[in-house]
Write a protein of this length. Structure first.
Length: 107
């Protein structure tokens, strides 16, 4: 079965950046008391400290991106990138609304 290679470098880079921004915004919201972490595993890591949380979150994202880039000639990797981008788009929307609510724009 012949598969064609699609250049996923840019979408994978965007996915990694969104992962890192999500981690930083999560730390900011939790540390300032504006919001809590909904993921219980990540909440436990954040309870252990910012550094363990950041290392695991960004490290896991980096590993995922490397694997997606390595397997970018497979259809499942291409779908995975787009599913990840959609998921992180929703996460960024949640961060946006959290910020707007924190500044009193939603009553």
């Amino acid at each position: 079965m012949h598969t064609r290679r699609i250049d996923l470098a840019r979408p994978i880079l965007i996915l990694f950046v969104l992962n890192a921004v999500d981690a930083l915004l999560t730390i900011f919201w939790v540390e300032t008391g504006i919001a809590g972490e909904a993921n219980h595993l990540m909440d436990a890591l954040l309870g252990a400290g910012v550094l363990p949380f950041l290392m695991l979150k960004v490290g896991w994202g980096l590993l995922t991106c490397v694997l997606l880039l390595y397997g970018s000639n497979f259809r499942v990797a291409r779908y995975g990138v787009w599913v990840g981008l959609v998921a992180y788009s929703f996460a960024m929307g949640a961060h946006l609304f959290t910020g707007l609510a924190a500044y009193g724009l939603f009553l």
